[in-house]
Design a protein around this ligand. Sequence first.
Ligand code: FES
Ligand code: FE
Length: 403
Amino acid sequence: MTPLSDKLGDLFAQHQPGYALPREFYTSQMIYDHDIAAVWNRNWIWVGHETQIPDPGDYFLFDYGPESLIIVRDREGDIRAHLNVCRHRGSRVCTESSGKARVFVCPYHAWTYELSGALRAGREMGADFDPADWGLRQAQVRLFQGMILVCPSADAPPIDDALAQLAPLTAPFGFENLKVVHTAHYPVPANWKLAVENYLECYHCAPAHQEYARSHTLKSPLQMEALLPAMQKRAAVSGLPTTELNLTGPDAIAPGTDVYYRRYPLFDGYKTGSQSGEPLAPLLGTLTDFDGGATDVSLGILNYMLVYSDHLVGYRFVPRSVQETDIQVVWMVRNDAEEGRDYDPEALTWLWHVTSQDDERIIRHNQAGVNSHFFQPGPLAEMEWAIHDFYNFYRAMTGLPAA
Ligand code: FES
Ligand code: FE
């Protein structure tokens, strides 16, 4: 065992099952570096949608921790993800966050890479130098109904079977025909795991989210159960299956292949996640009516989506440093919806803008308290079951058995 895994082993030994993680998991640079290497670099990350790069040469960067990926459509029309690290002496190759390129030219000594990542030429490198050996390193790419997932590791979690089981459930939403209409960033001075944990539980929803709690039943499991049968009937009529798929935690096919699908009812009077309860955009995919529900979807362990009948809201909790996380919220509607005519961006983003502001505040205060030397991990509530699964996933990625 390396000194790091000894140290992690000691820390996990202090972790009592059913309790929050010890303080150091949220304060230590060593744990943070480990999180990037063992969790982020080895898992599927949802970076965007293929409509963001429709033509060959279109690209955008996706950055997390010390890493940067170039997501690009190559000449053949395939989507690729290159590690944005020059094979010469390591400079960032691409420094613009998005654009259109014919080739990628390193700004340092001008090594020139094709859209495919192959090195076209390295200047004055001598007769023995073979550019074929020095292409950009590739991350793996999966397209799930237009959603782009990437994993930098060669042994990425084998997620294909899980995605195949999820596919018929999400098919009616027509994910492949969505477009991103707004991305908001909520930087929070907290470790990324606190941001994920906050997303995974709705124990805080009733006290912390006034606006959300008005329309969403997740804050109250009993009320949700009571409204579920009527919503399921409406969903069936509108062409949406309501079967739950929970291949997460102990039921995941392998660590990091977690997928989740659950449709649950909004309160009566709410057709979607809007302030008034009224629709915000045209119905998604093949849906024929509003069923007054919302679907939680997870793709892998790091990517979460909330799908209403007329729009999708996606979440990522992107690490920037030990105690800096960029909460990214992405709003998507049908590709053919027109701003102004079919949707009003302000109304569309209202709910998850105010809710994310609340979340930023409570996560910030959470980290501040966890930083105290008097913090001792407390017991998790039943409504925090998904955090327990997250800890077990985290243990598995670290090579430790489930607690
Ligand atoms: Fe890129 Fe030298 S570091 S060409
Ligand atoms: Fe919240």
